[in-house]
Design a protein around this ligand. Structure first.
Ligand code: ADP
Ligand code: ZN
Ligand code: ZN
Length: 724
């Protein structure tokens, strides 16, 4: 006899409250974990709907006191059924518990005060607004100009976007209300539908949109490969217009960091209040409210980072994943899912189209379209007249050293920066590091100061404290080396803070701003720095990779990349791809508007194909080289790989367990690499070891995962992750 654990209330708070029911013999073949069922519940045996989350052979209570599952509903599945189904699939694919998967898929139910839904609308004609806008610009009233700018071409903006993403204060809004050119109104009363698409698509865009709409029934995803500025967003908008006309809904994923108010406003402008959005800093209550609006049909387009994938639209017609190569689409918490795979799975269930968009597609997606599994669509021209792709120079830093230049700026970059400043244009300097001065080491004995809980070197911050970026452990910089007592301990390497100081010293007349994890900690820190820079409050922006992700700064004409090869040193098969994406994006930042742009890439490996191709903005050539290398060494996407990560406080126990796992995997007939200590050997006093299994197909490595999952070890936890 089989027994099922059933959850009744689909809300995160009660996911772990299960009730056991008997599975009557006639239903045995019809149910599995994840199945919706109807059950008698409580004293009156009221019929309730629930989901099976576990099946076992042992009753928790005397069998005669256990009730039977009444029936398996045969009717069409509801959106909840399908989301639970998706969670079940994710658990199967990516491991972890069903509880963890459900928690990812189901919104946290929160009571919220219904906030008034308001918009800011213009009450004056366009030319009056434009006049006021020009006045604000000339008087350098930045906030006023920022608020008025969208109204030069559209009727309204959501109030919460203005005071949130746009960092506009209430007095600024009130000022224009007082002037009689803007008004704040209740959105429900006005019911703005949006203005439709702002302009006609060009030929390439039209072909892309038509192809998506025509061929979506084939069930293949589309890869929209379009250079930066080619107008991919306009293609999405066009397709969404049709989807909405059919009474269906659309989800648009955009990496959090690229989800600026400009992007949001483009969607609001077209589709009005049918657009909703989420972001990671949103309160749980607001998120839940958004998700309810989606479920009940109040909104039809959802924009957000990867979690927006789980928006409970009942009749989903389209999923767009923009900048699909971004790492942030891969979840870092269990279940460690890939958004592209989940999107395909979800779309398959409801016949929705999936569109991946990128200027530099992931090697995986391009490989898929090469092998005919995706439909490839090309946008080869910039949509706006006049914008040219910038010219990129690669500077060999070894030659700089030979010529006696020990500074972090090459002669080429220094000259370009000087020229850029004298033209009163803006520059960005990109460094892929964080913190004041990297690691601290002893010059006498070579000891590197490490976190006592993690196998990670501590980073010196300007405050004089040493900090661990893994666990947050903070300590004072010691006066002498803890190993040998030498007083010659010093910081090593270069961080954004140090570069900022250096640039301020070298270019005292320039206004310098910094953007990295430290300066963007607050709720709106990131948006504040971005808008300040785009309003011209600084001449140079120094920062980490945050500064290279998808922003349009018309006046930036120089992008300097300091130490481009840093990310090539990472011990992962995808290191070259990551480096290429970063550099190609960085190179695309300069010269977005009318002004010609310039890019200077500093490196110690000037002949590496990832750098050369990024500088030339030549994706096809990069792909050709990269796929050859992956094929040769049997890396994904040419093979399927499974990473098995073991964690334990006891290194010996862990090592034994990993050997056993390796043997079990070998017995399944796949190639096994390792076990070996992880790149980081321990974190928070827990040891980490990895082994990799490689096979021709995902099905095969999944079979291995299922096999290994059945093994269990005392004091060792094991995590699985597919990589491709
Ligand atoms: P991508 O996302 O491909 O980098 P965007 O969609 O952001 O490009 O478009 C770049 C710019 O070109 C935007 O300012 C957009 O308004 C403009 N644009 C796009 N399509 C057209 C078009 N058909 N006609 C005129 N301008 C366009
Ligand atoms: Zn020492
Ligand atoms: Zn630590």
């Amino acid at each position: 006899m089989l027994y099922a654990d059933v959850i009744i209330d689909i809300s995160v708070a009660s996911l772990d409250r299960t009730f056991q029911y008997r599975i009557p013999p006639e239903l045995t073949g019809k149910v599995r974990i994840g199945s919706p069922v109807r059950i008698p519940f409580g004293r009156g045996n009221a019929s309730r709907k629930g989901y099976i989350v576990g099946i076992s052979e042992t009753p928790k209570f005397p069998p005669e006191r256990t009730k039977d599952i009444a029936e398996v509903p045969e009717r069409e599945l509801t959106i909840e059924d399908r989301m639970v189904e998706l969670a079940y699939w994710m658990r199967e694919q990516y491991g972890g518990t069903l509880y963890e998967a459900l928690r990812t898929v189901i919104p946290v139910r929160e009571k919220v005060q219904k906030k008034p839904k308001r918009i800011i609308a213009r009450t004056a004609p366009e030319d009056v607004i434009e006049e006021a806008y020009r006045t604000a610009v000339s008087k350098k009233h930045k906030a006023k100009a920022r608020l008025l700018e969208p109204f030069c071409s559209q009727e309204f903006i959501p109030y919460e976007v203005a005071v949130g993403k746009m960092s506009i204060t209430k007095p600024t809004i009130d000022y224009f209300v007082g002037e009689g050119i803007l008004e704040v109104v209740d959105r429900t009363a006005s019911g703005f539908g949006g203005d439709g698409l702002p302009f006609a698509l060009n030929e390439e865009q039209q072909v892309a949109a038509d192809t998506i709409l025509k061929r979506r029934s084939e069930g293949k995803p589309f890869l929209l490969f379009g250079i930066t500025g080619s107008g991919k967003t306009e293609v999405y908008l066009k397709v969404i217009e049709q989807i909405l006309a059919e009474g269906k809904q659309a989800i648009v994923l955009i990496p959090e960091i690229a989800l600026t108010y400009q992007t949001l406003l483009r969607f609001f402008r077209c589709f009005g209040d049918r657009v909703g959005y989420v972001h990671s800093k949103m309160a749980a209550g607001d998120r839940f409210q958004m998700s309810e609006k989606a479920r009940t049909g109040e909104i039809s387009v959802m924009i957000g980072p990867r979690s927006a994938l789980f928006t409970p639209f009942p009749n989903l017609g389209l999923i767009v994943i923009d900048e699909e190569q971004e790492l942030s689409y891969h979840s870092e918490t269990t279940p460690k899912y890939y958004s592209d795979e989940v999107a395909k799975k979800r779309a398959e269930g409801c016949g929705a189209a999936v569109v991946f968009g990128s200027a530099t597609p992931s090697v995986k997606s391009y490989y898929m379209s090469e092998s005919g599994k995706y439909v490839l669509l090309h946008l080869t021209k910039r949509a706006k007249e006049g914008a040219e792709l910038p010219k990129a120079d690669i500077v060999d830093m070894r030659e700089e050293l030979n010529a006696g230049n020990r500074s972090i700026l090459s002669r080429t970059l220094r000259k370009a920066l000087t020229e850029c400043l004298s033209r009163k244009e803006q520059a960005m300097l990109f460094l892929n590091r964080r913190g004041y001065s990297g690691t601290v080491s002893c010059r006498s004995c070579g000891e590197v100061l490490k976190c006592p809980h993690c196998d990670i070197s501590l980073t010196l911050h300007k405050s004089g404290n040493l900090q661990c970026h893994y666990c947050g452990h903070t300590t004072k910089l010691p006066n002498v080396c803890p190993a040998c007592g030498s007083k010659y301990i010093s910081a090593f390497g270069t961080g954004t803070q140090k570069i900022e100081e250096y640039i301020k010293k070298e270019f005292p007349e320039a206004r310098v701003m910094r953007m990295d994890a430290d300066t963007t900690k607050g709720k709106d820190g990131y948006d504040t720095i971005l808008s300040a820079f785009s309003e011209g409050k600084a001449d140079i922006l120094v920062g980490t990779q945050m500064i290279v992700k998808g922003h349009d700064f018309g006046k930036v004409t120089l992008m300097g990349v300091l130490l481009a090869d840093m990310s090539l040193g990472v011990s992962e098969y995808s290191a070259a791809e990551r480096t290429f994406h970063l550099l190609a994006q960085a190179a695309g930042r300069a010269g977005r508007d009318r002004l010609p742009g310039r890019v200077v890439i500093q490196t110690y490996r000037p002949d590496h194909y990832a750098l050369l191709c990024a500088a030339a903005q030549d994706y096809p050539e990069f792909y050709k080289q990269e796929i050859t290398y992956r094929r040769m060494l049997g890396y994904p996407p040419c093979t399927s790989m499974l990473k098995v990560l073991g964690l334990s406080k006891d290194e010996g126990v862990l090592s034994e367990a990993m050997k056993e796992l390796a043997a079990a995997a070998q017995a399944e007939g796949v190639t096994v690499l390792g076990p070996a200590p992880d790149y980081v050997r321990y974190v928070q006093d827990t040891f980490r070891m990895v082994l990799y299994c490689k096979a021709a197909s995902r099905d095969k490595v999944k079979q291995v995962k299922d096999r290994l999952e059945r093994l269990s070890f005392e004091n060792v936890s094991v995590q699985f992750e597919f990589s491709e």
